[in-house]
Design a protein around this ligand. Structure first.
Ligand code: NAD
Length: 668
């Protein structure tokens, strides 16, 4: 059946959603029967629809004649059999009580046309559960409208295992025809897309109160400070705390028992304080407004926590083959009235950041619901975002109640290779075409430098970029939730880069292609820089409203002196490897075509000739000696001499010199 053949629709249940859905359908020119078991509900629906149409007339979207036509397209009935008899599409919108819906849908399926599509507007319940007694479940699906249906553009079109492709496509096209933006939900997971992404968030807000980490008004104050029109608890009061609790109970039953772990909201059910509808919930409500006590924004919650929880659930939805990333993005934007969805937020974050946040949340609240999804655990967030993630990923392995990822070497942003014969290790940044430095790259560098620290088989470390560039700079599109977060990122880079100047090995930066900002700073922390004559480099931060970070403002002055460093930093000037060589920033120039081979050769030569302990101690003396008064530096130098006096390498160095042979240093 195609959407064009849907000439008549029945909506069952004339409540908040049902009357709105009927109005939307009638506005698109299609006749509707609005059925309710309770005549007073139909009267209320008539008033509400008239009121809504009057508002459309007042705003100029309809004239009075048009509004009357729309109203006349709706028949108000209290007879189920009669209402569904000749409709091509039936949309059920009775209360979210599974048994009620299952019973009603059975009746509908035996009274309606044999080719009619039967849809449920359920918020959470699996379509296959609702279809269990329907005579032809291939015609049953979900059409999830959002409140208020007249204003909200989104409709989730939900397929169960048994829904036929024809019925699914017809419902999708119908949703477009009535002016909505449908998204395809390919499996009927509890909560589908939007509510499922909301589910762990509700749990997080429950745990915050359960653990006494903040008061509702403090968290809501924080929410408003972040630009939300309502804080999360005010919103729960507005929607009804019972609705939230029923959803959490259903998720505990159908999705994960851990949704039952948090008990805080349950006490509102006992006291029947359900929010706006009862006049009291988290807050007292008067004249439709919550009386929220003044409170400072909570520091117990971080916007990033909430965003990462959303991203995590969105990733699980992709992994389970429930919806495509683009549909999830559209769903959250339209369903939650947001300028962005979890997919675009994730674009600006690194896999490592999200993973770290989620692991912390999972530990803090002792729930595996916040534990990173498999793709995040394995560093494959980018694959998910680009739609390349493998669908229906296997369940993560479980060990003693913890989720443990399968090992994976893929997607490492920094690769380590060791040539033990030559005593040289190479760290290659491989994350993107420009090798932009982000938290993942910093963590990769840190991990490998620490693993090389006591590696007796490596004397020299090369820092290289894959492809044409060393690194064009820091990834500026990363998302930071606060100035402190940004400052912390700056500290992270500086701590990581400092390892290059402290590790007891000679470090060599290979500068080629673009080497700007963070990439330049990375090179500046190495002991030696080699470059191609045409490598493009510089510190452009001041031209972007920043200052050179990750030690850039400090290190360059040490390398070149204040005058030259000040000039290069304040002008943001770009220059080439040739000039950098002239001013002593770069020690060797190698042709672009052969730079890798030349750097390897140079490193191997150093690794063979230089006593490793001497190299480690000498670089420390240079780097630390310049930070202390001259007398202390000289004292450190004498102490170092004393230390080296007892080494085997010193004896070997002197013997080899006297015997005119190559030394064989052991690093002892
Ligand atoms: P509601 O309580 O406002 O309306 C339900 C209507 O169903 C009432 O008018 C009631 O008289 C009628 N009804 C009850 N039993 C009936 C029966 N046997 N036959 C015919 N009519 C019957 O509920 P609502 O908020 O409109 O929710 C309806 C559905 O839409 C639920 O499944 C809900 O989860 C879903 N939904 C609600 C929202 C929301 O924000 N309220 C948003 C999206 C989806």
């Amino acid at each position: 059946m195609s959407s064009l053949e849907i000439k008549k629709v029945t909506v069952i249940g004339a409540g908040l959603m049902g009357h709105g859905i009927a109005e939307v359908v009638a506005l698109s020119g299609i006749n509707v029967d609005l059925e309710d078991a309770f005549p007073e509900a139909l009267e209320k629906a008539k008033t509400s629809i008239r009121g809504s149409l009057a508002r459309l007339v007042r705003s100029g979207k309809l004239n009075q004649e048009g509004a009357d036509e729309v109203f006349n397209r709706i028949s108000f009935l209290s007879d189920l059999g009669q209402s569904v008899r000749d409709s091509e599409l039936i949309i059920e919108a009775v209360p979210e009580i599974p048994d009620l819906k299952i019973k009603l849908l059975k009746e509908v399926s035996s009274a309606c046309r044999s080719d009619a599509i039967i849809a449920s507007n359920t918020s959470n319940i699996r379509i296959s559960t609702l279809a269990q007694n329907v005579s032809s479940p291939e015609r049953m699906l979900g059409l999830h409208f959002f409140n208020p249906p007249v204003l909200m553009k989104l409709v989730e079109v939900i397929k169960s295992e048994k829904t036929s492709d024809d019925a699914f496509e017809a419902a999708y096209q119908f949703s477009r025809k009535i002016g909505k933006t449908p998204i395809r939900v390919l499996k009927d997971t509890p909560g589908f897309v939007v509510n499922r992404i909301n589910a762990p968030e509700s749990l997080l807000f429950c745990h915050i109160l359960d653990k006494g980490l903040a008061k509702p008004e403090e968290v809501d104050s924080f929410g408003r400070s972040q630009g939300l029109p309502m804080g999360p608890y005010e919103l729960m009061d507005y929607v009804g705390i019972d609705t939230v609790v029923h959803s959490l109970r259903y998720y505990a039953d159908a999705l994960d028992p851990e949704y039952a772990k948090c008990k805080y909201f349950e006490k509102f059910m006992d006291s029947k304080e359900l929010g706006l509808k009862t006049g009291k919930g988290f807050y007292v409500w008067e004249n439709g407004k919550a009386k929220i006590p003044d409170a400072p924004p909570s520091t117990a919650i971080d916007l990033m926590d909430v965003l990462c929880v959303e991203i995590n659930e969105a990733v699980k939805i992709v992994e389970e083959g429930i919806a495509e990333p683009a549909d999830i993005e559209t769903g959250v934007k339209l369903g939650m009235n947001r300028p962005f969805g979890p997919m675009s937020v994730a674009e600006g974050l690194t896999n490592a950041e999200i993973k770290r946040k989620l692991q912390k949340l999972s530990d803090k609240f002792d729930t595996k619901i916040f534990y990173p999804a498999k793709s995040i655990e394995e560093g494959k967030l980018r694959e998910v975002l680009s739609g390349k993630a493998k669908k229906n990923a296997e369940e993560p392995k479980k060990e003693e109640g913890k989720t443990v990822a399968a090992p994976s070497g893929e997607g490492e942003p920094v690769a380590l290779s060791r040539d033990v014969g030559k005593r040289v290790a190479t760290l290659t940044i491989t994350n993107t075409r420009n090798n932009l430095i982000n938290v993942e790259v910093l963590e990769g560098l840190e991990k490998h430098l620490k693993s090389l620290w006591n590696d007796k088989e490596v004397n020299v470390v090369i820092v290289r970029g894959s492809g044409k560039n060393l690194s064009a700079g820091a990834q500026l599109t990363q998302f930071f939730s606060s100035p402190m977060d940004f400052a912390e990122n700056s500290r992270l880079g500086e701590r990581t880069f400092r390892l290059l100047s402290e590790i007891p090995k000679i470090t060599i930066a290979e500068m080629k292609g673009n080497v700007f900002g963070g990439g330049f700073e990375l090179a500046s922390w190495c002991d030696i820089r080699v470059a191609t004559p045409d490598a493009k480099m510089g510190l452009p931060e001041v031209t972007l409203g920043l200052v050179p970070g990750w030690g850039g403002s400090q290190r360059l002055a040490k390398l070149l002196g204040m005058s030259r460093a000040t000039y290069l930093i304040l002008t943001g000037e770009r220059y080439e490897g040739k000039y950098a060589h002239e001013i002593g920033l770069v020690s060797k120039l190698f042709p672009a075509e052969t730079i890798e081979a030349e750097t390897d050769r140079f490193a191997a030569d150093l690794a063979e000739r230089i006593a490793p302990i001497s190299a480690g101690v000498a670089k420390n003396l240079i780097n630390k000696g310049s930070d202390v008064p001259a007398d202390n530096g000289l004292q450190m130098e004498s102490m170092a001499m004393g230390l080296l006096y007892g080494t085997e390498d010193l004896k070997e160095g002197i013997s080899a010199f006297l015997q005119k042979r190559k030394p064989e240093y052991k690093g002892r």
